[in-house]
Design a protein. Structure first.
Length: 408
């Protein structure tokens, strides 16, 4: 017998820690699940798989979102069709086109065939199956709704991938256009302006302020390029070091959210992700407290939303409603918290969350459409204006020379 220490949450959402004696980890897990506990962590004196071998390291190798979506949907289909779990995992692993997923499923199949719970087998591959996967699969296994949970995780990932694709598509063309336009601008500043600067210098002219400013910028770039690059690198490294701190992270996200036009778009993306993830977890049978704990990990890199979720978890554990917990920080718009409240009152919180997430997806779609429509003329006018200023700065002294020549 071995001793396993655990941290679990009971049906009331209270966190409980303790220890249990069992012959192996799977028996300990079964014992805790039999009592209705949601397992947060379990550690033995020597963690082993059911085969008696040390747990393998997480699988490496890139696994695309499309591969994971296909796997979730196909596994759900096979299970609904009556195919045993071990056989379904084996079939999907053998025919997976992703090497990383193929290797992971071989390991998962062995663990499950030896008696391990599916979510525990997934836990050994965090580089492929994240916290959301594990929580949904655990809820599905405990509630006897594993195919439904797999369908939900597949739908969630597909929706997030589609949203990400729309955003990338909307930003890709303007980014290429801006890069090419800046290249043209750099050519004027680095190649054309210095030629005219030498000509003007030969005539010992008093240059107009605009021409003098453009030539000064050109000389700075041409003759001190490495210094400028060094300053830029130093500035970047300093900013990275500052944003590695909690205060720096908060400053960074506040700056992003305050950017006109773009800041609201970024915040809407984060809110949509929060709402969609929360609704998917709750609809799958995960308790609100556990769902918020998962969201804390999902938003671990965003200190503002992470703080919101941490405070909400503490408030919900203390007996508050989720709408009241989210309302305290005043990060989410009143529309979100009020509709959450109505969802709680009517007993239709998951449906209300899905309605909200659909609303924010539409807001994001509208932004990408408007952005694509207006960014082209803005870039054309902006870059064209800068090139026009450079051309004007070059021709002003030429006009002056022609005037002097006409006077003679």
């Amino acid at each position: 017998m071995a001793r396993f220490t655990y941290t679990v949450q009971d049906s009331q959402g209270q966190t409980v820690s303790g220890a249990v004696e069992a012959s192996d980890e799977n028996e300990a897990i079964g014992s805790l699940q039999g009592k209705g506990y949601f397992i947060l962590s379990i550690v033995g004196e020597k963690t082993q798989t059911a085969t008696g071998q040390p747990a393998k390291a997480s699988s490496k190798g890139g696994v695309g979102i499309r591969d994971l979506v296909f796997f979730a949907e196909q596994l759900a289909t096979l299970l609904n069709g009556g195919v045993p779990l071990v056989r379904a995992l084996s079939l999907l692993g053998e025919h997976s086109s992703s090497k990383g997923l193929h290797d992971a499923l071989l390991s998962v199949t062995k663990d499950v065939s030896s008696g391990s719970a599916l979510y525990k087998a997934f836990e050994k591959h965090p580089a492929i199956f994240n916290t959301l996967w594990i929580s949904l699969v655990q809820a599905g296994e405990m509630g006897g709704q594993l195919p439904k949970a797999l369908k939900q995780v597949g739908s969630y990932m597909e929706a997030q991938a589609e949203l990400r694709g729309k955003i990338v598509t909307a930003l890709a063309y303007p980014a290429v256009l801006a890069f090419m336009s800046l290249g043209v601008l750099a050519f004027f500043v680095v190649k054309i302006v210095p030629i005219f600067a030498k000509i003007f210098d030969q005539f010992h002219m008093t240059l107009p302020p605009l021409t003098a400013a453009v030539i000064m910028v050109s000389n700075l770039i041409v003759h001190h390029l490495f210094l400028l690059i060094a300053i830029a690198i130093f500035g970047y490294l300093s900013w990275k070091a500052y944003t590695a701190t909690e205060v720096g992270q908060e400053t960074k996200w506040k700056l992003i959210f305050s950017v006109p036009f773009f800041g609201g778009f970024v915040k809407n993306i984060l809110i949509e992700r929060l709402l969609t993830t929360l609704s998917t977890l709750i609809e799958s049978g995960v308790s609100i407290l556990n769902a918020i704990s998962v969201l804390e990990l999902v938003f671990a890199k965003n200190v503002i939303f992470h703080r919101l979720l941490k405070g909400a978890r503490e408030d919900v554990a203390g007996g508050k409603s989720i709408s009241a917990a989210f309302r305290r920080e005043k990060i989410l718009p009143p529309l979100v918290t009020e509709m959450m409240y109505m969802g709680e009152e009517s007993g239709k919180l998951p449906d209300m969350l899905m309605t909200l997430s659909a609303f924010y997806r539409e807001q994001i779609d509208q932004f990408t459409r408007r952005f694509t429509a207006i960014i082209d003329p803005i870039l054309v006018v902006g870059i064209g204006g800068l090139v026009g200023v450079i051309v004007l700065s070059v021709f002003l002294p030429i006009f002056k020379l022609s005037t002097l020549g006409g006077a003679h």
